[in-house]
Design a protein around this ligand. Structure first.
Ligand code: FES
Length: 508
């Protein structure tokens, strides 16, 4: 058997590796703004761009560096085809709201296109058709039902049994005229434009709370305050909950992406299958050469098999269907899904109308993130938004999602207890370099990582959000929480909230 091509040792998204981004200082004083934005991903940066254009004073902070969260790890499809969703939306919300969901996505696409034209942005934007395909007989009916939903909503689409990609399929549903781009080349220009319009950006500045009085103030970990008229939580997981109970209304999932070269030319199109495990494919061009992005293997954060196995499964898939001549990148992403699959975009609670959240994009962050920035900017500018009701985080839909609500929370309760009882006998001395284990140190459940130079890093595995026990993610070398998706580096620093504080270090 031919030896398999080696995958890159460390995760690194192609997007970040192919663009150089500006850097910004840390906030070292208290300041005033019209709008304070927390989070430098597609929502925060697009909102900073739109609002600064309206002459509002915008301050954006990021706990790390900008464009290094989910936006920096996306597949960057600009499409309204979010898997098989429209029949489900019609059933849960009715035809009008399902139609609004489609229109919102298409408006996001249009906004991106107009912005590219306005600033002449060179960001590899390319029109592509989007395909949901299946090779499972049991999904044929679902594709047909989805096509009927397209017809009801006047979405241009058709069923086919051939696609340009050399994959075995039984049927596929096409949505014409969608698009893809290089998200960081695009957002870099929006950052520059926002700064030109007077927006201030601060990196390595962590928001820990919002003080909600007449005017909200963002409180940073260094105890500085950004006093503003409006706050936008664009931090993926809302760092400030305002008693909106977000941890019980969303669940985090991880997915994996590999970027490979193959002996074949990429035929165009953007693809996702309907069945599990998810497989999604798109192309990108790097220095005139095709890069194939293969995505999938979704699972709840902190649960499931070894993370390297997920990359391996994608590699096997790519090898089988396309052949791999070079394995260039691998990376993973984390996404949040709401109970009814529609994002939460709007005031954090009914009573706190000046603090906005934008979250729960279910892996479709380019369109959902762009429309979120637009809807919130319109609300701040006191303009009517056709989509405000659809996305309002205060909605409650009595639908099958409630079952998921119960399951999601039962899952959290299970992990809260299970993690505490787990005991491992792993001896740290037997630990291989670049590996981690869970052990007990003075009775305390402790996660120990040994780096390539045999240096040990030990952390208390109790998540700082609500006390679940974190699990080792060998693919990204992070400690991940199965309950609400907080993630920490092996030294314990927060990579991803809702946790705001680092894990406690343990002396060995
Ligand atoms: Fe909520 Fe860890 S993320 S307990």
């Amino acid at each position: 058997m031919a030896e398999q091509i080696k995958m890159p040792q460390y995760p690194e998204p192609y997007w970040r590796d192919s663009v150089s981004l500006p850097t910004f200082p840390k906030l070292d004083e208290s300041i005033d703004a019209d709008v304070g934005i927390v989070g430098g991903g597609i929502v925060g940066i697009t909102a900073a761009y739109l609002l600064s254009k309206q002459n509002l004073k915008v301050v954006l902070i990021d706990a790390g560096v900008i464009l290094n969260g989910t936006t920096g790890h996306t597949t960057a499809k600009i499409t309204a085809q979010h898997g098989l969703i429209y029949n489900e939306l019609i059933e849960h919300f009715g035809k009008n709201k399902a139609s609004l969901y489609y229109k919102a996505c298409m408006e996001a696409k249009q906004l991106i296109e107009e912005t590219i034209t306005e600033h002449d942005i060179s960001c590899d934007f390319k029109k592509e058709d989007a395909y949901v395909f299946t090779n499972a007989k049991s999904y044929l009916q679902q594709l047909e039902t989805e096509k009927k939903a397209y017809d009801q909503l006047d979405i241009p689409g058709e069923l086919t049994n051939t696609i340009p990609l050399t994959l075995p399929i039984k049927s596929a549903l096409i949505m014409k005229d969608q698009a893809q781009f290089h998200p960081l080349k695009y957002l870099k220009v929006l950052v520059e434009q926002a700064v030109k319009n007077g927006a201030e950006i601060y990196e390595n500045t962590t928001a820990v709370d919002v003080e909600y009085t007449k005017h909200p103030a963002i409180i940073t970990r260094d105890e500085h305050r950004i006093k503003c008229r409006y706050v936008i939580e664009a931090s993926h997981y809302p760092f400030y909950d305002g008693q909106g109970f977000y941890p019980t209304r969303m669940y985090p999932e991880r997915s994996y992406i590999i970027a490979v070269k193959t002996p074949k030319q990429f035929p165009g199109g953007m693809y996702i299958n309907a069945e599990s495990p998810t497989r999604s494919v798109r192309g990108a061009t790097v220095n005139g050469e095709d890069l194939w992005l293969i995505v999938g293997e979704n699972h709840k954060t902190g649960q499931g098999k070894s993370t390297m196995d997920h990359y391996k499964a994608l590699q096997d898939y790519a090898e089988t269907h396309f052949g791999i001549s070079e394995f260039v990148y691998r990376w993973s992403a984390q996404d949040l899904t709401t109970l009814d699959k529609v994002p939460y975009i709007g005031p954090v609670t009914g009573a706190q109308q000046s603090v906005f959240v934008a979250t729960g994009f279910r892996k479709w962050g380019m369109t959902n993130g762009t429309i979120a920035a637009k809807v919130i900017s319109d609300q701040i500018m006191q303009k009517d938004s056709a989509y405000a009701d659809l996305y309002t985080p205060s909605r409650f839909q009595a639908d099958p999602a409630i079952r998921e609500f119960t399951t999601a929370n039962a899952d959290v309760a299970k992990h809260l207890i299970k993690g505490k009882l787990e005991f491992t006998n792993d001896n740290i001395k037997d630990l291989s370099p670049d590996d981690a284990t869970i052990t007990r140190v003075n009775g305390l459940r402790t996660g120990v990582y040994k780096d390539k130079d045999n240096k040990l890093y030990a952390v208390d595995t109790t998540c700082k959000h609500m006390g679940c026990e974190v699990h080792w993610n060998s693919g990204d070398r992070t400690w991940d929480c199965p309950c609400h998706g907080s993630r920490y580096t092996y030294t314990g620093e927060v990579v991803e909230g809702p946790a705001k504080e680092p894990l406690n270090k343990v002396e060995l």
